[in-house]
Design a protein around this ligand. Structure first.
Ligand code: AMP
Ligand code: MG
Length: 187
């Protein structure tokens, strides 16, 4: 599952997990950023928002390590909370380059988006994160980049993409879309 910051991916995933548990189903959720941070901590990096400022080759190394850990999971269903791209000072870097896709081999992609003005408000209200400078025009550009990156992933791995819109106050609807897209609504 990919989504730029402020689309409400974390809240959406919490809702998905709660809803599945209520019907007796289990799903594992892993945060790609947290996996990268676990490895980065050994080098004294403790802020997840510092990862995207590392030299590209270091991000590649952390990213590949995280992908290998995820691929080693023995859970039946794993949802990976990640990004289609990372906004680095060198440009947009793919969150799921071909090298990573070959390691984790996703069965489907869920691309989460939201209204740009809603994303703007959510980012402005989030004081827990060290966000980049925020404009609505920049958010629109990021949503376009997300769509481009996800379509490339889909072609490389031959897996479908489900577009999910997380509207303010309607996270339950978005969660149901995710559950259906992941094929978890059946018996
Ligand atoms: P998050 O908490 O999901 O915003 O992730 C924190 C940070 O982890 C991001 O800002 C990126 O620097 C890094 N990250 C997450 N997913 C990926 C990925 N697939 N490839 C490279 N970096 C990633
Ligand atoms: Mg998040």
């Amino acid at each position: 599952m990919v989504g730029i910051s402020g689309v409400g991916k974390t809240t959406l995933l919490e809702t998905v997990v709660r809803s599945l548990r209520a019907s007796g189903k289990q799903v594992a959720v892993v945060s790609f950023g947290t996996m990268m941070l676990e490895e980065a901590r050994r080098q004294g990096i403790s802020d997840r928002d510092a990862l995207r400022s590392l030299p590209t080759e270091e991000q590649v190394r952390l990213q590949t390590n995280a992908a290998e850990s995820i691929a080693a999971s023995d859970d039946d269903v794993v949802i990976v909370d990640t990004h289609a791209f990372v906004n680095t000072k060198f440009g947009y870097y793919p969150g799921l380059p071909e090298r990573v896709l070959r390691i984790i081999n996703p069965t489907s992609y869920i691309s989460v988006s939201a209204n740009p003005e809603e994303i703007y408000r959510r980012r402005m209200n989030d004081t827990t994160r060290n966000r980049d400078r925020i404009t609505v025009a920049g958010i629109k550009q990021e949503l376009g980049m997300q769509a481009a990156m996800v379509s490339a992933c889909s072609v490389i791995s031959g897996s479908p993409v489900k577009l999910v819109v997380n509207r303010d106050g309607r996270v339950d609807e978005a969660a149901n879309d995710v559950i259906r897209a992941a094929g978890l609504n059946g018996a």
